[in-house]
Design a protein around this ligand. Structure first.
Ligand SMILES: CCC(=O)SCCNC(=O)CCNC(=O)[C@H](O)C(C)(C)COP(=O)(O)OP(=O)(O)OC[C@H]1O[C@@H](n2cnc3c(N)ncnc32)[C@H](O)[C@@H]1OP(=O)(O)O
Ligand SMILES: O=CC(=O)O
Ligand SMILES: [Mg+2]
Length: 363
């Protein structure tokens, strides 16, 4: 582990200085596309401004014989597209033990490093993986003459990665955040599921049996489906909060089940995640809606702030006690709402419509 004194020193001569704070640009939706798929790639320019992040995926879901085409496709798209102020460009490179990862990093940083905001690293096992990418990025940034550092995002999708989650989160000032990778994680843990994220009807608890009843009553005992991902998401959120980086939910593979997708996204939002992946255009609006505070929550948060005056003590509002701690939760909500409204005019309008100054307008 690096000494705190040199944690923020560049890891190569000529590399840009690491950032001391992770930029908090909106990243509610990280939209995946395969740059080797012509139909998908053709849709990318029109998606600029509609998603917070466009991610050129080079890893799983790209066929082995299309890896080079995907890398070249991403370079071409990055060079031809103006991503503007409200959409970032990220990539997911191949895993560090694959034959492609080194060329992915070398090509992308030297060709489009000035456009690339974040590199997502899959199957991270421990801080040593981040240290390797950290040094290599510094060398490549120096070679390419980049003036700002490219950030790193780890996917939490191995059992060892989960065991090392705090060390991974704090491994480098480049760490931007972390996503849950439920599909690979399930396989690595030898879970007996065959899905990409979401719940499972077999993972449940059942209501206690009434005494002295027949089999028909037993059959009707209520069951409650449990959340397979609660433990891992909660650990990831704590590790990210401790190190000042951002946690995300990952893929939801049942594209047709938009209702369960929204539920999974909302669970992650409520637990502290700031965004999620979208794999298909139909998931984009769901992610944006879920990961933006509702106008009603924003209005309530404003009322609490107003009622709490100097922020100390306790007050009653609608029959509920509010104090310093509920105020802090409301401030988290308001800070996020303000940040999102700054780049999303539709949200800005929705939040303004709920503000105390607009109450009674038009009545
Ligand atoms: C599991 C662990 C992981 O690693 S998850 C991350 C890796 N997987 C991915 O990135 C998957 C990305 N998505 C996809 O490959 C496709 O959306 C899949 C799921 C295969 C579905 O594609 P398809 O059968 O074409 O869907 P569709 O007919 O409903 O498509 C309608 C039009 O939309 C397009 N589309 C589809 N997905 C995207 C996308 N991610 N980005 C941009 N455009 C997309 C399709 O090409 C199709 O276009 P058109 O209307 O025919 O012109
Ligand atoms: O890469 C994502 C996953 O779920 O695996
Ligand atoms: Mg994976």
């Amino acid at each position: 582990m690096r000494s705190p004194k040199d944690f923020f020193a560049p890891l190569a001569v000529g590399a840009p200085a690491p950032l001391t704070q992770v930029p908090s640009r909106p990243s509610r939706v990280i939209h995946f596309f395969d740059p080797s798929n012509e139909k998908m790639a053709a849709k990318v320019p029109a998606m600029v401004g509609t998603v917070d992040v466009l991610l050129g995926n080079l890893e799983d879901a790209v066929k082995a014989d299309r890896k080079e085409a995907a890398r070249a496709g991403l370079v071409a798209i990055a060079k031809a597209t103006d991503f503007g102020e409200s959409t970032q460009l990220w990539t997911r490179i191949n895993s560090l033990d694959s034959p492609w990862a080194l060329d992915d990093l070398t090509t992308l940083v030297t060709e489009i490093g000035d456009t690339l905001d974040v590199v997502m690293v899959p199957k991270v096992q421990g801080p040593e993986d981040i240290h390797y990418v950290d040094r290599l990025l510094a060398q490549l940034e120096a070679k390419a003459g980049l003036t700002r550092p490219i950030l790193v995002h780890a996917i939490l999708e191995t059992a060892r990665g989960v065991a090392n989650v705090e060390e991974i989160a704090g491994a480098s000032p480049r760490m931007q955040g972390m996503s849950l990778g439920p599909a690979d994680l399930a396989a690595d843990r030898r879970m007996k599921t065959t899905r990409v994220g979401g719940g499972h009807p077999g993972y449940l608890v059942r209501q206690d049996p009434p005494t002295g009843v027949d089999d028909a009553v037993h059959a009707s005992r209520a069951t409650y489906q449990q959340d397979l991902w609660h433990y891992t998401i909660a650990r990831m959120v704590d590790a990210c909060a401790m190190h000042g980086i951002f946690p995300y939910y990952g893929p939801f593979g049942d594209i047709a089940d938009v209702v369960a997708c929204e539920d999974q996204f909302r669970n992650a939002f409520l637990l502290g995640c700031v965004g999620t992946w979208s794999l298909h255009p139909v998931q984009v609006e769901i992610a944006k809606r879920v990961f933006s505070p509702s106008p009603e929550d924003v209005a309530h948060a404003r009322r609490v702030v107003e009622a709490m005056g100097d922020g100390t003590g306790a007050v009653m509002l609608d029959g509920k006690m509010e104090d310093d701690a509920s105020l802090k939760q409301c401030q988290v909500m308001l800070e996020l709402a303000e940040r999102l409204a700054a780049t999303d005019p539709v949200l800005a309008q929705a939040y303004a419509a709920q503000s105390p100054s607009s109450e009674g307008e038009g009545s």
